[in-house]
Write a protein that binds this ligand. Structure first.
Ligand SMILES: [Zn+2]
Length: 278
């Protein structure tokens, strides 16, 4: 009986430790998410990321420190500026909580180690890439360069993949993307006289950088997820708005995030599945 109580006690201790750990991870995540909001808005406008303090987009009032608490302040203010009562975009708490959730998910799937910590950085960068591309139809090359550089600590501190897998990973999607982009550009120019690519250079370079981080299998998985989700949303978007042009980056970002967590496992499962079928 004593043994039972002991194990029960340990289980409770473990559980309360886990709850505490994930709460801290989430709170840390939403604080970083708050900074990501600043990056998403200011980077395309070439504004300083640190100089000017946050202010209301409508009345320009400086936001009180008490109203700067991620997610909670927005909820407490019911999404309105305390000074002018103008709506504060729901995007802010969405980006903040999304970052918190991605941190929890990363720690849950990969455990607490160098790989999960570096992958959390990747998640934040992907959120910036996705939302910025959604807003501006442009992928920021500074952010993509940082994603590429993450391959260095990942190679030195984790056993995510080998150097040759990283090199092949960088090329296996980006090269076909580049070719498709060039070919489509030629066809579109001939047919419609517009300078436009089916896959933009920014998307291609993003897949080059992410491929160096993820390796061969996972970058293929992320491209598949990106293409499929973009196709589905593209069809819906065309039905609803009649517009066929939209940003590819957010969907590639979703694919990369997914593959960073489950990519190799999913690829192995799929290959195993094919073998069983044959
Ligand atoms: Zn205001």
């Amino acid at each position: 009986m004593n043994v039972f109580f002991n194990s029960l006690h340990d289980e409770y201790a473990m559980l309360s430790f886990k709850i505490m750990f994930y709460t801290i991870v989430f709170l840390f995540g939403i604080c970083i998410g708050s900074f990501l909001n600043v990056v998403i808005i200011r980077l395309p406008r070439h504004e300083s990321l640190i100089k000017r303090s946050s202010h209301c987009m409508t009345c320009g009032t400086k936001i009180r420190p008490i109203d700067l608490i991620p997610v909670f302040s927005w909820l407490f203010l019911r999404g309105k500026c305390h000074n002018c009562g103008e709506k504060i975009s729901v995007r802010y708490p969405i980006v903040e909580s999304l970052n918190g959730i991605m941190y929890i998910l990363t720690m849950y799937v990969l455990d607490f180690n160098p790989d999960s910590i570096i992958t959390c950085v990747l998640m934040s960068l992907l959120i910036v890439v996705g939302f910025m591309d959604w807003d501006t139809m442009e992928i920021d090359m500074i952010i993509v360069a940082i994603i590429f550089l993450l391959a260095v600590p990942s190679q030195l501190l984790t056993d995510r993949c080998t150097i040759s897998e990283r090199i092949i990973g960088a090329l296996v999607i980006s090269v076909p993307f580049f070719v498709i982009g060039e070919v489509s550009r030629g066809i579109i120019k001939k047919k419609m006289g517009e300078d436009f690519r089916a896959i933009e250079l920014g998307d291609t370079i993003l897949m080059f950088a992410a491929g160096a981080y993820l390796g061969t299998k996972a970058i293929i998985v992320s491209a598949l997820i990106g293409v499929i989700t973009a196709a589905v949303v593209g069809v819906i978007n065309k039905r609803v708005t009649g517009n066929s042009k939209f940003a590819f980056g957010p969907f590639l970002s979703i694919g990369i995030a997914f593959a960073a967590l489950w990519g190799p496992k999913l690829a192995d499962w799929y290959l195993g599945f094919l073998k069983v079928k044959n």
